[in-house]
Design a binder for this molecule. Structure first.
Ligand code: AMP
Ligand code: MG
Length: 538
């Protein structure tokens, strides 16, 4: 009786698969790797998971789908979200897209290991697309197997939920489930393949359409299909812009520029480095998508990238993310040019990116520093000097801002000594020996100027502190923390995954007893694989 009840909840999900209804299907139905021409997607079934086992699920995402914790803990949930059972209304398919990888056009890419299950309409009328990542090969799998390993699945699951709770636009993750199969991976592409546990993540987003989804059709001169996808996207995800027309295509592109700018400002605020900002990894909705070899800035270093595949060029380094997003938007502009036929409005829209970025970045930095309003005349210089100081010695960005919020305003008038000032941010330094007298004098002088600046705002200390703490997280998914969760999970203990999920639900709050996770990266993690070095192998 009970299991029938649970079963019926998943069976009652209400599907409305608009994407497959409105875009042309691949006429070939065999699941062989190939170029798929003239189609938006190919039908494909997930492979069976021999022994699905729950690692973790997100109750907030479950709620979006009108599922209760009880539903998520049922055996039926395991069967459905590991890909073993299709519920009525599901229509599995993989989409076709292309992209620029590391600056070069790569041709067809597509959902090589993502299988869409369909779009559900929840009780609030919201549309949510469901996608299994790691559920087997598709026509777009190229040389690879279509599977995913536990470590990268945990990283995607935890980070997308952490980003959501930080207030960063992102795709979501419902669950991570072990399949019971082994997957062979050469983690660093250095001739050491080994079997690893396979897993499937169920991702959830209004849409998974990427810049590269448009690029592929233009590259193939299939303008009819380009227009179909653009019209579909505008009608489904940007209906407030009006019925598709030349003007609406332009305002749509402007909106994509605006949303992308906002997303990147959030990344810079929390210290998130995506690691693979290829155009196929850029969401048309301005969501963070495709969590692969991403990382979190620990010591502030604009040149840092977690991705070993990008070690030579550092194309996707923290400090370059705003420029890369702009470049990627330029590629999207090229792709939709045939719908508009004029360059000027596209260039104007690109300016919208630059302007939105500038404005949002200033208000974000003003927020991080606790200013009432960002005043370029004084604050530009203050921030430039801070960025220099943060790099002069290894300084943990997240800890620095939380401690700055606690800085006592009385230190401004007390003729406070250098030592007192530095002590306030001391917890953020990795290598105390780096703190030379010259550095200390320079930092103390910056702190004095900063205190004068906030004195001028005359905001009560507690209010400033509260405002700063609402935008400067205390807890982020430090790279080593994800690795701790993975190490345990690989031994069959999922408690750390679930503890971190809980911790990262409240990233801005003080969480007594959890301080160890707000501390600096431990020394052992400095050079360990998975903590400071990651590759695309996942
Ligand atoms: P990524 O770098 O993860 O964004 O992936 C780039 C392309 O490679 C996309 O088309 C992916 O679907 C595909 N891909 C990555 N890993 C696999 C895999 N294990 N099996 C099949 N396709 C994959
Ligand atoms: Mg990708």
């Amino acid at each position: 009786m009970n299991s029938q009840l649970k079963l019926s909840q998943l069976d009652r999900l209400s599907f409305d698969n608009r994407f497959v209804r409105e875009l042309p299907a691949d006429p070939e139905t065999d699941n062989s790797r190939r170029q798929v021409i003239g189609a938006g997607y190919s039908r494909v079934l997930p492979v069976k998971a021999p022994q699905p086992q729950m690692v973790a699920y997100s109750r907030e995402v479950a709620e979006l789908l009108d599922l209760t914790p009880e539903d998520c803990e049922s055996d039926d949930f395991l069967q459905v979200f590991s890909g073993n059972r299709l519920v009525p209304g599901m229509y599995p398919y993989a989409t076709c897209y292309g992209g620029h990888q590391f600056g070069y056009w790569a041709g067809q890419l597509g959902d090589g290991r993502a299988i869409n299950l369909g779009e559900i309409i929840n009780s609030r009328g919201q549309r949510w697309a469901l996608q299994l990542k790691g559920a087997g090969p598709t026509p777009y799998s190229r040389m690879a197997d279509g599977l995913a390993v536990l470590r990268s699945s945990i990283r995607e699951f935890l980070c997308s939920e952490a980003m959501f709770h930080l207030g960063v636009p992102t795709t979501r993750a419902l669950s991570v489930i072990l399949t019971g199969d082994e997957v062979i991976r050469d983690m660093f592409y250095n001739g050491n393949p080994k079997p690893e546990p396979g897993a499937v993540v169920c991702r959830v987003a209004p849409s998974f359409t990427r810049f590269g989804s448009f690029q592929i059709f233009t590259a193939r001169r299939d303008i009819e299909l380009l227009k179909k996808l653009a019209d579909y996207t505008i009608r489904t995800d940007f209906p407030y812009l009006g019925e598709p027309s030349k003007e609406v295509y332009i305002s749509w592109f402007e909106e994509v520029c605006r949303r992308t700018a906002e997303m990147i400002v959030h990344w810079q605020r929390v210290g998130f480095v995506h690691g693979v900002m290829n155009t196929d990894n850029m969401s048309i909705l301005g969501l963070t998508i495709d969590y692969g070899p991403y990382g979190w800035l620990e010591n502030y270093d604009p040149n840092w990238t977690p991705n070993t595949t990008d070690a030579a060029e550092h194309r996707y380094r923290y400090g370059n993310q705003p420029q890369i997003a702009f470049w990627n938007l330029g590629q999207l502009a090229n792709a939709i040019y045939p719908l508009i036929g004029e360059i000027e409005p596209l260039q104007k829209a690109m300016n919208v990116y630059a302007e939105t970025f500038e404005q949002s970045w200033q208000s974000m930095m003003g927020g991080k520093l606790g200013f009432k309003v960002y005043e370029p005349a004084t604050d530009d210089e203050l921030i430039t000097e801070l960025a220099t100081l943060l790099q002069l010695v290894e300084t943990d960005m997240t800890i620095f801002y939380r401690h700055l919020a606690k800085l006592d305003i009385r230190l401004a008038s007390d003729n406070a000594g250098e030592e007192n000032l530095i002590a306030a941010v001391n917890a953020a330094y990795y290598v105390p020996e780096q703190l030379t007298d010259e550095y200390k004098t320079r930092m103390a002088s910056w702190l004095r100027r900063y205190l004068k600046r906030i004195q001028a705002d005359a905001m009560p200390d507690e209010i400033r502190q509260r405002k700063m703490n609402a935008v400067n997280p205390k807890y982020v998914l430090r790279n080593y923390m994800a690795q701790l969760a993975i190490d345990k999970a690989e031994q069959g203990d999922f408690s750390v995954v679930n503890d971190l999920l809980e911790l990262l639900r409240h990233p801005y709050e003080e969480q007594p007893g959890k301080e160890e996770f707000a501390a600096k990266r431990p020394d052992w993690a400095r050079q360990r694989a998975g903590c400071s070095m990651l590759s695309c192998s996942s």
